[in-house]
Design a binder for this molecule. Sequence first.
Ligand code: ATP
Length: 574
Amino acid sequence: MDMAQQVFSLLNNNAPIAQSVMNCLNGTPELANATATMLPQMGATTSNFPKDLPSLITFFFSISALREWLKILVFGSCLESLRRLSLHLYYKIYNSFFITARFEEDDICYDWLCLWLSQQKTWKQARDVQVSNRTFGLDSDATMIEGEEDDPTSIVHGGRQLAYMPAANTVQTMWWKGTWIRTIRTQREGHYGRREDILELCILSRSHTVLNEILIAAKKTHREAQQNMISVYVSDSNNSWRHIASRPKRPLTSIILDPGLKDLLVDDARDFLASKKWYATRGIPFRRGYLLYGAPGSGKTSIIHSLAGELGLDVYVVSLSRSGLDDSALNELIADLPEKCIALMEDIDAAFSQTLNRDADESDDEDDAKKDKKQDPRHGSSTSKITLSGLLNALDGVAAQEGRILFATTNKYNSLDPALCRPGRMDIHIEFKLASKLQARDLFRCFYVPDSQVDVDNKDTSDTKTDSGYSSDSNDEKVHSKHTPISFNGETHHHTTKLSVKQIEALADQFAEAIPERECSMASLQGFLMGYKIRPRQAVLEATTWVEKERAAALAKKAKVVDVPQASVVATSS
Ligand SMILES: Nc1ncnc2c1ncn2[C@@H]1O[C@H](COP(=O)(O)OP(=O)(O)OP(=O)(O)O)[C@@H](O)[C@H]1O
């Protein structure tokens, strides 16, 4: 009744409102009809039905059903408000006591955390698990399950390691350094319908200290697990960097270049990384670019990866011909590089030209350059949406990352625009030539000298008494009587004594004699030696024949290249 009185007094004090409500009621025939039907049900008649608004309201409030209905309405509203208030309070309290951190699968931090969690007891003892052979970007035994490494047969141990993690949408709780932590792994639909994981860490702590400690511990665990690896990142379709692989570091000694070249690269890159202040004082952008050009298979890519391992830098591969990559996306990617890293642009010439043929002879370089000039790379081409001006802008525009080392490789040096090659963008240009006799000799030595002795840069390691890693071929006179001969393809092969380092070096000299200066690529020499992996003597014997075959193949290829335009002329004229 209180409420009725309030409404009554409100209408009494506001005559215009009361009048308009009454007019409204009187002027609505549907309402009048409905009222006439309802009145008997409500215990009223048309004669005793109130005629003015205040008595109408009093009348309505006197109906008991309506009163109950209103009570329910008020009660329901109170309940809902209470629910919302308690939820709000819950989240307020939750957020002030818990810190929640989310990790998405396409981010490297997810790998760090998964590896760290996989080493925690609770994670290992989860009762509802998902078994997989994911290695969280690692190529090590870091994620191996207990007992896997003990397999004596190496049948289980070989191949990808097994790993398990708690099943999706299950909650794991754990204590870490006296802090209660809850982990939840959820899944969402990612690109191309692929399911992507999201890991959520709820830490019962008011400060970020524990989270920071966990992140540092996770990062450390991951980095320790890949101490002998380099991380390789590529750009994904979202134009963000994605960790795709961890590769074992390649020792610099395994790359054989012309004398002084390796030292030049390593020393220059080291000096650059240590000169941040020097650059800042002189107002010079803290960036360094290296352009490696020359024959295919001469070690350009190999030295970059090896250098990355030597300097402890990750490699970010910028694939300029990736579909969907345009100038603004490239700019975004370059700006998103970490402060110290190697950005690698392979075959930089190919980004602007479709007509460049990697098989073409080096002598065709000039012609290619002319063709490319006609194409005007500043306006882009059909292979890529990148324009030269877009690339130049990305390399040294305002958004370009400081501290990065850029390596670009090309087989078509002359086809590059001078603007791209100028100092500041490409500070050092290094030519990689076909193999010299010296390189051929060192490659042979590197192949057959035992691992512990491999140091092609330091010849003093040669120990006449030490065995080489591999035995020579079955024609060797010194046959090891202890071992049973092997029969294969109707022939009997004997185990032979291993060669001493001195013998290997003598063979290396003979091998270098057989290899012509600057005619074969290091990659092809490596391919040839691979065929004689445990037969150094045989490799030396076959080298001359192999060189002749290579020459003949190169000539045939050249003749084919020359023939192709003639054939196409005939085809079009007919
Ligand atoms: N100088 C070298 N020393 C040792 N190995 C080499 C050398 N050059 C090439 N190789 C071997 O040849 C293979 C190809 O080398 P790499 O990819 O580095 O050549 P590249 O110059 O980058 O070739 P491309 O121009 O075709 O990309 C590698 O397996 C590498 O081990």
